[in-house]
Ligand binder design. Structure first.
Ligand code: DC
Length: 215
């Protein structure tokens, strides 16, 4: 199913199931998909690779300006050190400014599904469909722990780090994590990926149906 220039903005905290859901919605509607968290991860990776400090705004801004498509395909963007550094660079205005045009351009021509923290509030506030995907902290920590295939004793550390990152993402002055006023919240705590997809699809179809001049 392909819907012309449909833009679906998906925001929410870490490990809430945004990525899996966004990929499935993109495939269903034949839309390109952008995981915007990868942009911040790639900036963080570049800073760390150059021996820089993620809190150094100039180093992070240089890394953001130099970002290439290959940086996004690296297989070392989902590590604990990048988790921490990405949250730090994501709080910096020059980094966010450098990445904004790319994200808007990505959605402009043929529509897209984007997931992140500020897609519905800052990047694409005009998106017709906005989902805020969340889940209980313990469920999200367990998902992240499984994804990383971490040792049993790592669950407590992962839970604490996730809480810290969420607090950082939500408390920052610029583009904080929060639902857009017109976002529909989907809590995936008790949903497996298929149930989350079906719930999200029903929301999207209801919104597009309600907006269609033919309905
Ligand atoms: O979704 P993620 O865990 O891959 O995101 C990595 C970091 O980037 C996380 O700290 C939140 C931040 N981020 C952001 O500030 N804005 C976005 N649109 C996407 C991610």
């Amino acid at each position: 199913m392909r819907v012309a220039a449909l833009i679906i903005a998906i925001d929410g905290p870490a490990a809430a199931g945004k990525g899996t859901l966004a990929r499935r919605l993109a495939a269903h509607f034949g839309l390109p998909y952008l995981d915007t968290g990868l942009l911040y991860r790639a900036v963080a990776r570049r800073v760390l690779d150059h021996g820089g400090d993620p809190a150094d705004q100039q180093a992070a801004a240089r890394a953001a300006a130099a970002l290439t498509a290959e940086d996004l395909t690296r297989d070392d963007l989902r590590t604990d050190d990048v988790d921490r550094a990405a949250s730090v660079v994501a709080g910096q205005a020059p980094v966010r400014a450098a990445l904004l045009a790319f994200q808007r351009h990505f959605a402009a021509s043929q529509g897209a599904v984007l997931d992140g923290r500020d897609i519905g509030t800052v990047v694409l506030p005009e998106a017709p469909v906005k989902l805020f995907v969340t889940a209980a902290p313990a469920a999200r920590a367990e998902r992240r722990w499984r994804e990383r295939a971490a040792a049993p004793e790592d669950l407590a550390r992962i839970t604490a780090e996730l809480a810290l990152r969420d607090a950082q993402d939500a408390a920052r002055a610029i583009a904080p994590l929060r639902p857009a006023a017109d976002a529909v919240t989907l809590d995936t705590t008790a949903l497996d990926p298929e149930a989350a997809f079906q719930a999200a699809l029903a929301i999207v179809l209801a919104i597009i149906g309600a907006r269609s001049p033919l309905s």
